[in-house]
Structures are given as structure tokens and as C-alpha cells.
Design a protein around this ligand. Sequence first.
Ligand code: SF4
Ligand code: SF4
Length: 165
Amino acid sequence: MFEKTGIASPEMVLEKFPPLSRINKGKVAVLECYRRIPCNPCETACPFGAIEIGEDINNMPILHADKCSGCGICLTRCPGLAIMIVDTSASEEYAELTLPYEFRPLPKKGDTVFALSRSGEFVCEALVLSALNPKSFDRTPAVRIRVPKKHLYDVRNIALIDKEG
Ligand code: SF4
Ligand code: SF4
């Protein structure tokens, strides 16, 4: 399935998530890198040594969640848009997800957007908490959204709502 569609199965996604006990403590990265490719900017960008690829640059990155601060630097450096930041510590009801977002315009804080699955299907509506547009042209913007906790593992993209109808 993954080889044909490029869409990770729920089991593959779960394997990449840090344990819920860590996510409940605050922001932490999820490295959704599923293929052996020669790539390592996530490892070199992390100021805390939380990402390990090792000597073979084709290795898939391993996150040491205990070292990760959730700063999001790796997210802005990953050319594959493979990294997001998750956090369930802020509320009983909602999870916060910070997602790479390459389209324009960026949404604004306070906007409501569609939260989409890894296959692009509608999951729920989401509130935009912030949108970060790094000054450097080669850094990926990031949008932080709030979704019901039950969708923590489901949401991986957003789409703006066309208010013109
Ligand atoms: S979020 Fe920050 S601390 Fe965590 S892996 Fe990425 S760069 Fe490192
Ligand atoms: S930078 Fe992104 S695509 Fe490259 S190894 Fe790291 S997570 Fe994978």
C-alpha cells in the first residue's frame, strides 16, 4: 500500500509517534520519514542532539524524545515536509499540532481551517493558533493548529476554507 500510494498506514504512523506519556508533557517532534534516502538536515539542525541518523546518511532518523524540546527547528529544515510537532499538554480537550505548510497565503492566528488526513481527506475543522513564516527562503513555514485530542494521529495537513463559496 505505502509503496504504491506513499501514504503511511495507521500502524506506520503510530510507530513514529513518541509515547503519549511524552506528548502529554509538552511539545515534541514526530519524524514521519518512511524511506531510506540520503538526507540529514534534521539531524544537523537539531541543537539538542535529539535526532540520530548515524554514519549511513541513508538511515531513517531516530528521535530521542527525552532530548527533544519541541522547538520545531527541524520542521523548518526538512525538505520532505516529514516533521511535525505535537503537544497534548495544554488542555484536556485539544491537541496542538504544528505542521509544515508550503502554500500561500498562510492562514492567520484565529482562522478556522480544514484539518486533513495523510490522504487529504477532511478530518475536522481546526483553529489556527499561530503561523510562522521564517525569513530565510529555504525554510519551511509552520502552522500551529488545535484539534480535538481524538484526532491526534489523524491530522497531517490543512486546507484554507474558501470563504467566497
Ligand atoms: S523539535 Fe527541536 S529539539 Fe526536537 S528534534 Fe526538532 S530540532 Fe531537535
Ligand atoms: S530532513 Fe526530513 S526527509 Fe530528511 S531525513 Fe530528516 S526527516 Fe527525513
